[in-house]
Design a protein around this ligand. Sequence first.
Ligand code: GLP
Length: 245
Amino acid sequence: MKIIEANDYQDMSKIAADYIMKKVSTSPNIKLGLATGGTPTGIYSNLVADHRENGTTYRGVTSFNLDEYVGLSGTDPNSYRYYMDHHLFDHIDIQKENTFVPRGDMDNIQDGCAQYENLIQKRNGIDLQILGIGENGHIGFNEPGTSFESKTHVVQLTHSTREANARYFNSLEEVPTEAVTMGIGSIMKSREILLLISGEQKREALKKLFTGDVDESFPASVLKNHPYVTIIADKAAIGDLKVHS
Ligand code: GLP
């Protein structure tokens, strides 16, 4: 794992956005894996600003999002489909039909999971996966204990994850209890991974990632087994951890 140190959240977002823009410019048909949550919003606003100012085009890009809440339709402002449209897709020239987010409102959610997994593989997989990390080390919505072999599946969200995400809802009770997420096995198939870590509240997670064992009790630790991972972390997340040996 290679790590790039950023001064702060703005700096991390800019470095990550530049990284993605460069990839999109050199590989116009790139397949991106995209993440939601608080961390990537700064990246997306940088991509939107660059698209407006410099015209970087996304016409040939395909995207697959990591996860979605069960029970929310894409028009619900708390759904991740809505988030992606609002923060990115509606402001760049990506073809909406080439943007995929797992559906949380299907009648047969298990079939939906299998279809999503097949779709990614049918399109020959993800070239560059953007990831955030939960305070408990979750990636996507793969909570501690999830099998490293897992494919797209339905998960029960932990209380801590629901609490962390309650800030987007009117109350904790409104936060769905389940989600669909790409599995850890699905994520690991991506050819390249860009992991973003920002803020003091993620310091423990970053430390565990660097100093802990590869173990299913800390999902992000699996990334140590991936050949091509770049972490962009800001000073608040790094603290006094020695990230370069
Ligand atoms: C959320 C998302 C993850 C995200 C993580 C961290 O629950 N499902 O994909 O990476 O938790 O979120 P944030 O960036 O808001 O800290």
